[in-house]
Design a protein. Sequence first.
Lengths: 246, 246
Amino acid sequence: MPTFRLTVEYDGTDFEGWQRQPEGHRSVQAELEGALTAIAGAPVTVKAAGRTDAGVHAEGQLVAAAFATDLTPETLGRALNAKLPADVAVSGAAIAPPGWNPRFAATGKLYRYQIWNGVSRSPLRARRWLQIPQHLDLAAMQVCSESLRGTHDFASFQAAGSSVSDTVRSLARLDVAGQAGNAVLIEAEGNGFLRHMVRNLVGTLLEVGLGRKSPVWTTEVLSARCRSAAGPTAPALGLTLVRVDA
Amino acid sequence: MPTFRLTVEYDGTDFEGWQRQPEGHRSVQAELEGALTAIAGAPVTVKAAGRTDAGVHAEGQLVAAAFATDLTPETLGRALNAKLPADVAVSGAAIAPPGWNPRFAATGKLYRYQIWNGVSRSPLRARRWLQIPQHLDLAAMQVCSESLRGTHDFASFQAAGSSVSDTVRSLARLDVAGQAGNAVLIEAEGNGFLRHMVRNLVGTLLEVGLGRKSPVWTTEVLSARCRSAAGPTAPALGLTLVRVDA
């Protein structure tokens, strides 16, 4: 029984997230499992590197699927893309070691958050960019991002109600970059992320960018180890899981 | 009665094009006229620089709207964006000379056509990129584009059934560029375009890129002055009206 390693891309707009939901609610997991089950002729369940929230996109989610088949990875990928809806596709398929689980195999993840810092709405960016009409102080956001980089206890950036005991994570990269035409990209790369961590990091950077807080506030937020100390959770639509290293 | 010059952005996916259609069919013109009529309290009609086809997007369509009002352009722009649906917005508003008509005032237009030259579907590009899984010979397409640049009779690239008498146009630019990650961008800039001209140019470039025709074929196509001599019309979804100069 081969274990397949699938690279999956999806537009999260019309999904209630990665994870399977009750009947009548769309999830990426249910779409993939449905297509795999139809191909295998028997129930197939999958495991992902990370459970993205409702509205979050993925360019390179990693997924494991194990089931009895003679299909090559290439043929399986083509068969899946013929069955999957327009907003999910498999961009890569390979054979993984037996029992491979991308959640535990992942050594790093890269997330990108897209902000459209324009005065008016941008319809062509409506599905993937958070619009912020006010001036953003990018230099202040960059100072703030520097103090968040590295290994810290990120308890203040964890979703309220989470019960993870070890909240220490390493952020190899947290970059804020202004691009042509009012675009601002925030990239976060690390060995692991707490629930809502990237969106809470972005929400905190935005408090500084909007001038509501000074960049030094970030140090206070980190040391508080309390969700209410940080900025609000940024909306899901700006976030993309770009890559999982495994 | 001021004449407003509006820069309009739209995601063409869910529209049957720019032009007003019979009841029950969505058009960008009808959305804009509806919003303007609500603001003016009396019927307002608009004129655009170009009537984009169903499924074609615009970053910078130019539109004229004249009606009696005391609103400043800035206030009008904000009021329109509050009323317009998520897939249309006004990104700029200014006062134009009385009687200004962007169709006749336009001295140039820039179109971009986006091709995703990847083996598998890309859900995040589904609304704005034409997927072509086969290998594209970009060098051959570039040779082809060079012979199409300049002033020519583009009758072979005009939609069948068009009745324009003068089919001579000048293409200042027709560039084919490979980008990172399987993206191919074709940009066409000129003083005017015949109906379906950009999509027919792209369809012809693709015949060459796919190896079905040699680059020298392009010269034959031009001199034939007959629609059936050129390649097929490329799908609308890859096309964006980037900018109108006026």
